[in-house]
Design a protein around this ligand. Sequence first.
Ligand SMILES: [Zn+2]
Length: 179
Amino acid sequence: MKKRKQPRKGKKRVKKLDKRSKSTPGAKIKKSLWKVFSEYIRQRDGGICISCGKKDFWRKMDAGHYIPKTAGLMLYFDERNVNCQCTYCNRWMHGNLTKYAIALREKYGETILEELDKKRKEFKKISIPEYQKMIEEYKTKIQELKTKPAKLIRVNFGWYKGEIVKLKEYNEKSNLNRR
Ligand SMILES: [Zn+2]
């Protein structure tokens, strides 16, 4: 008897969730912005996972939040709170947050975690026109990336021709390559 009841409960819960996430115009445009924003982040970071340093084609990577999406809009589209991550770190390691935190400090400075935490407590609403504006801005930013080489995000090490190398060595090699 008990075994029968459980799947039914599950079904009900799914239905409720579906109702709640019914796409309103706001939800739709938020999704459109996320698509462009996430593409920008992954290309900006050159397809390198901030947590483990794995590198792949940006389309195969995720854009992962340090402070989770559920914390609200203040950090949902924050360029420092969102960085390129491999699907393993993002989806199976819950963001691999310990390593994420170390890398964030290396990337944005020692006070970054406190700054993000402070922002987390603020409240933000984004209007439809603001969303539209941001979508256009990120489309432009993606175009701009094409003229600039991707910045090296992983500070400790980078991937060079399939090999993981120390940062100093990476910079030397990639500089040589550019000349
Ligand atoms: Zn990773």
